[in-house]
Design a protein around this ligand. Sequence first.
Ligand SMILES: [Zn+2]
Length: 179
Amino acid sequence: MHTKICTVDLKSGILCPKCEEKVRRGEVTPLDLEVAKVLLSLESKYSALQNAYFYRAVEAGDTLVILMGNRDVPKILSYGGKLLKEISERTGKRRIRIVAYNADKRRLLEELFAPASILTINTLWLPDGSTETKVVLSGREARRIPISISTVKDLAKSLMNINLRVEFEGTPAYKTVRG
Ligand SMILES: [Zn+2]
């Protein structure tokens, strides 16, 4: 498995000075370390993990999101719930989501909301100088979002440092108002 931390360090549990520095700078979090260790320990059983790229892990509520390489995600998901269940047992997190890492904000948001699809994404500038990222989904898509909106918001904050505002278009209430 490819990660920012040396495999040797993950196996021994002792970080080399380079990796220790990455943790100190916050480039690698304790959660990243924990998840990397778990994934590494599952490598022999789930061979797709052997050449996979692990980028980051973030948690919100009872959900653990694991960011993996684009090409690795379908391979990992092809194991079905079995691998996810093992990750869940070893990390103590109830819900595990494997998401394709993407540096592009829009693509990453699409991954978080998938299978619901996003209609528009806009940046709002607030009077106090801060910004909000407004995501609009169709009302019909609301039920397809696999995790709670507050969890998505927390994840967006920790992954991209953005404040998310989520709105729905054409919700039943809105339709009623329009007659
Ligand atoms: Zn190292």
